[in-house]
Design a protein around this ligand. Structure first.
Ligand SMILES: *[C@@H]1O[C@H](CO)[C@@H](O)[C@H](O)[C@H]1NC(C)=O
Ligand SMILES: *[C@@H]1O[C@H](CO)[C@@H](O)[C@H](O)[C@H]1NC(C)=O
Ligand SMILES: *[C@@H]1O[C@H](CO)[C@@H](O)[C@H](O)[C@H]1NC(C)=O
Ligand SMILES: *[C@@H]1O[C@H](CO)[C@@H](O)[C@H](O)[C@H]1NC(C)=O
Ligand SMILES: *[C@@H]1O[C@H](CO)[C@@H](O)[C@H](O)[C@H]1NC(C)=O
Length: 509
C-alpha cells in the first residue's frame, strides 16, 4: 500500500550537484527493480493476477533472460506461486531456474505475504514465512537471505529477532515515525544493528537498513515534464489490462532529447539520498505498487538512461548498476564500518505527520481479526492431530493427500490474511470479504478432516489419539452424541467447555 510517501518535504539542496572534486569517488548506485504486489488491499488476488501480477513474472523472466546485467527482486510468494502453478510455461520455468541460479532473480523476504507487525501473532508470522520459504527451498533449493519489510505500518522489534533466527543477513524497514526518520537521515543513522531481544544476545543481532523518505518507490515527479518519472509501463488498469498495451500515465520515453534531463533528475535524487548514508553506496529502489507488468518497456528505457549516466559518470559523480538486494548489502558490508546498535525499542506507533498516528488499525475490522485467530488455532489443532493420526495409523483410512490439501488450503488462508493490508483492516470491503471467504471455506474443509480423524472404523484402537477419557458407559446408541474435546497444546490446561444439547437429559463422562 502506498500513501503519504511523497508528503515529507524534500530537503533544499544547496550544494552544486555537478561539482566533483578530484578525490571524490563516484557514488555507487544500486538500482533494484521490484514490484510492490500487495496480496490484497484494494483488489482481490484474482483481480490482481488478471490485471497485472501474472504479467510481472512473465515479462520479468523474459526481459532478464535477454540481458545479463538486468536484475529483479521477488518479494511476496503468493502471487509468484500462483503464477508458477497456473501461468508459467515450461520455458519460463526453465528461465526462472537459470536466473535464480545466476543470482539475478533474487527472492527476498520469501513469506507468502509481507506480514503486518502490530496485530499479528508470532506463530502466524512464522507460519506464513515457513509456507513461502518451504516452497522456495523445495522448488529452487534457495533460502532468502534478506528481508524487505518496507510497507508494514510501523516496525516491531520482534521482527528483526524472528528474521535473524530465520537466517537472514539483513533487514529492511521503511515506515517509521516521520520525525524520527527525518532526524535519522540528518544524522546518517538510517542503518544500524538491531538487537530486538535482550535475552537472545548475539545470535539475533541483525543489520537493519531504514529506507529514506522516498521509501520503496522511485521519485514520481519529473521536473522537466508533467509525466511521472521512471514508470514507463504506466499505471496498472483494472479490471482488464488494455488490449493495446497502452496504460495510463506512462512516463516520457528516454530518447536523445530527454536522456540528459532524465539523467540529471536521477543523479540529483541519488546525491540527495547519498547524503543520508555513511557509505558511498545508494540503494535506489526502482519500482512501486503494481509495477513491472510490462518489463520490456521498463528496461528498454532504463538501459539507455543508465548507460548515459555511466558514460558521463565523471561529470555526474555517480555510477549506476542493476542490483539485487544482496549485492547492495555485500557492498555495504565490505565497507567494514562499525554500526550503532539499537536495543529492543519498537518503531510503533507509526506516524506520517503531526496528529496522524496509525493506531486505528489495531482494533478495526475486529470480525476479520477474530476469524483469523480462530482459523489459526484450528489449523494448529488439525496439524497436530493429523500428525498424531499418521504416527498411530500410517495406513489409516484418512487419505494423506486429501488431508494435506485441506491443511494446505487453511495454511494459505491463514498466511494470506497476515498481509499488512489484511488482518490490519486497511483493505477494501471486497478484499475483506475475500479473506473471510478463504478462511471460512478452508476452516469448513478442515472441520471435515477433523471429523474424519475421529470417525475411525471399528476395530482400530483409538485410545492413542483420543486419550483415556473416551470411555463409554451404558448408553442408548440411538441417542448417543459425542463431544470431542482436543487440546492441541503441549501442556495440560484446565478450562470450561460450554456445550448445548437438544435433549433434556444428558450424562457426562
Ligand atoms: C504542465 O502542465 C501545466 C498545466 O497543465 C502546464 O501549464 C505546464 O506548461 C506543463 N509543463 C510542462 C513542462 O509540460
Ligand atoms: C509493453 O509495452 C509495449 C510498448 O508500449 C507494447 O508494445 C507491448 O505490447 C507491451 N507489452 C505488454 C505485455 O503489455
Ligand atoms: C495520472 O497522473 C495524474 C497526474 O499526476 C493523476 O492525477 C492521475 O490520478 C494519474 N492516473 C492514474 C490512473 O494513476
Ligand atoms: C497432563 O495430565 C495427565 C493426566 O494427569 C498426565 O498424565 C500428563 O503427564 C500431563 N501432561 C503434561 C505435559 O503435564
Ligand atoms: C455457557 O453458556 C450459558 C448459556 O449460553 C451462559 O449463560 C454461560 O455464561 C456460559 N458459560 C461459560 C463459562 O461460557
Amino acid at each position: 500500500m502506498r500513501s503519504f510517501w511523497g508528503v515529507l518535504a524534500c530537503f533544499v539542496c544547496c550544494f552544486d550537484f555537478f561539482a566533483v572534486t578530484e578525490d571524490d569517488k563516484p557514488i555507487q548506485t544500486f538500482v533494484i527493480p521490484h514490484s510492490h504486489m500487495d496480496v490484497g488491499w484494494v483488489y482481490t488476488i484474482q483481480e490482481s493476477m488478471h490485471a497485472y501480477a501474472a504479467n510481472v513474472y512473465t515479462t520479468v523472466t523474459e526481459e532478464l533472460s535477454k540481458a545479463a546485467e538486468r536484475r529483479f527482486i521477488a518479494v511476496e510468494q503468493e502471487f509468484f506461486r500462483l503464477w508458477w502453478d497456473t501461468v508459467a510455461t515450461d520455458t519460463l520455468k526453465r528461465q526462472v531456474r537459470q536466473l535464480v541460479k545466476e543470482g539475478r532473480l533474487e527472492f527476498v523476504l520469501g513469506g507468502q505475504v509481507m506480514h503486518d507487525e502490530a496485530v499479528t501473532d508470532l506463530e502466524d508470522e512464522i507460519l506464513q514465512m515457513t509456507e513461502g520459504h518451504g516452497f522456495l527451498y523445495e522448488t529452487f533449493g534457495v533460502r532468502p537471505q534478506f528481508s524487505w519489510h518496507v510497507d508494514p505500518f510501523g516496525a516491531s522489534a520482534t521482527t528483526p529477532v524472528l528474521f535473524a533466527l530465520a537466517g537472514f543477513n539483513a533487514h529492511v524497514i521503511s515506515r517509521i515515525d516521520y520525525d524520527l526518520k527525518d532526524g535519522m537521515q540528518k544524522d546518517k543513522k538510517l542503518q544500524f544493528v538491531w538487537g530486538g531481544s535482550r535475552s537472545l544476545k548475539e545470535k539475533q543481532l541483525i543489520f537493519t537498513h531504514t529506507m529514506d523518505q522516498f521509501s520503496y518507490c522511485t521519485p514520481s515527479h519529473l521536473p522537466f515534464s508533467n509525466s511521472s518519472g521512471f514508470y514507463w509501463n504506466g499505471v496498472a488498469l483494472f479490471p482488464d489490462p488494455p488490449k493495446d498495451g497502452v496504460y495510463p500515465n506512462m512516463s516520457l520515453p528516454v530518447t536523445k532529447e530527454t536522456v540528459h534531463a532524465y539523467a540529471k533528475t536521477m543523479v540529483e535524487n541519488i546525491k540527495q539520498r547519498a547524503a543520508w548514508f555513511r557509505t558511498n553506496h545508494v540503494l535506489w529502489p526502482w519500482g512501486c505498487d503494481k509495477q513491472f507488468y510490462n518489463s520490456s518497456v521498463q528496461f528498454s528505457n532504463m538501459d539507455p538512461l543508465m548507460k548515459y549516466i555511466n558514460q558521463n559518470s565523471k561529470q555526474f559523480g555517480v555510477t549506476v548498476q542493476y542490483s539485487t538486494l544482496g549485492e547492495y548489502f555485500q557492498a555495504v558490508h565490505q565497507s567494514d564500518l562499525i554500526w550503532e546498535q539499537r536495543g529492543s525499542e519498537d518503531f510503533l506507533p507509526y506516524s506520517t505527520e503531526p496528529h496522524q498516528a496509525w493506531t486505528g488499525f489495531y482494533a478495526s475490522r475486529n470480525v476479520l481479526k477474530g476469524v483469523a485467530r480462530r482459523a489459526s488455532s484450528q489449523l494448529h489443532a488439525a496439524e497436530t492431530l493429523f500428525t498424531r493420526y499418521r504416527i498411530c495409523f500410517p495406513d489409516g483410512p484418512v487419505a494423506k493427500d486429501w488431508a494435506l490439501d485441506k491443511l494446505r488450503a487453511l495454511r494459505w488462508a491463514v498466511s494470506e490474511v497476515q498481509h499488512h493490508d489484511g488482518i490490519t483492516g486497511t483493505e477494501s470491503p471486497e478484499v475483506a470479504d475475500m479473506y473471510l471467504q478463504h478462511l471460512t471455506q478452508a476452516m469448513m474443509d478442515v472441520e471435515e478432516l477433523l471429523a474424519a480423524l475421529f470417525l475411525l472404523p471399528h476395530g482400530l484402537d483409538t485410545s492413542d489419539i483420543t486419550g483415556s477419557l473416551y470411555g463409554k458407559t451404558d448408553v442408548d446408541e440411538g441417542l448417543e452424541q459425542h463431544v470431542i474435546v482436543y487440546n492441541p497444546l503441549a501442556w495440560n490446561i484446565t478450562t470450561i467447555i460450554n456445550t448445548t444439547v437438544t435433549f433434556p437429559h444428558a450424562t457426562g463422562l
